[in-house]
Ligand binder design. Sequence first.
Ligand code: 0R9
Length: 393
Amino acid sequence: GPHMSYDASAIRVLKGLEGVRHRPAMYIGGTGVEGYHHLFKEILDNAVDEALAGYATEILVRLNEDGSLTVEDNGRGIPVDLMPEEGKPAVEVIYTTLHSGGKFEQGAYKVSGGLHGVGASVVNALSEWTVVEVFREGKHHRIAFSRGEVTEPLRVVGEAPRGKTGTRVTFKPDPEIFGNLRFDPSKIRARLREVAYLVAGLKLVFQDRQHGKEEVFLDKGGVASFAKALAEGEDLLYEKPFLIRGTHGEVEVEVGFLHTQGYNAEILTYANMIPTRDGGTHLTAFKSAYSRALNQYAKKAGLNKEKGPQPTGDDLLEGLYAVVSVKLPNPQFEGQTKGKLLNPEAGTAVGQVVYERLLEILEENPRIAKAVYEKALRAAQAREAARKARELV
Ligand code: 0R9
């Protein structure tokens, strides 16, 4: 009857990008400031993927005067050839098909994961307009969309400048979805700075056409420089931060760390470049491996001959500034804000890599090792003295 056909068409419609416009929160977390900037992060991640794949060396982000945002990479360019099954160019399929992950994955994994990481088609669905330009094989290609639908099919609009390859995406988030929100340059800058630390050597340029400013983010030291930046303003125990890198199974581990003379400590963690504010398996494993390595070294080096109080895990962490970054396939997140990493294999990898390499670092740097351990011994003594004082009172 008439009801049947209504239901069927309603279901069909909601399956496509209409569903994204109908329930944006399911795809970007919400339609507030965070959701708005999530669109930028999503496109930036796609450009970063091309850098991690070894093809792009530079990413440009431009905040345009009309409120739209341009993200451009100098990688291979999104393929423009027709896909046999769809009969459409790959770039169109990517921008108009929900969850087009799977079949496009080229062995590696996407940077993003969890609730977020739904891709270009979601950004397209939630944008008043989107223009994708591809520079490839000497040609400048262009395709345009509005609210997820093609408005100008893919065509060659000219020659690519000499030797230029890459992808340029310009989009204007839809006021029908986001009201009068605007991009906040400080949020864009914060993410670019973070990515520059997480991908050592990648050049990120931010052009703010609304305020006539340009800024370059590039760091050769990666997470080691990140750790040093966190410790800014503190008295350092030594000047040069350490970097630990390693792979275990399918998990890539990178840790940068530095010790201060103070009592504060800060450990930032990331999974596939997504901040994990509530920690998770990688953080737990890091703390445990760090303590085990220090205790093991101290025993072997005879640093702990005293009968006094033994340093706890927290004593050992005093003064430590560290950044732990893991990359793994299929990251699983938990918690209200999806800020906690659950994958046990991430913990195993961090544990192995950090324990082994940290022991070597301590052996290669006995003066630093001694200073770090003696600081932990003093922390244990202070803790014990405070406890005794409390008991006396
Ligand atoms: C500015 C934002 N950048 C991107 O969105 C972007 C996607 C992308 C890409 C490839 C290269 N650069 C890119 N930039 C790419 C090219 C090739 C293979 N894989 C990826 C190739 O030349 O063979 N793509 C991301 C997905 C896809 N391309 C694909 F599914 F269409 F292939």
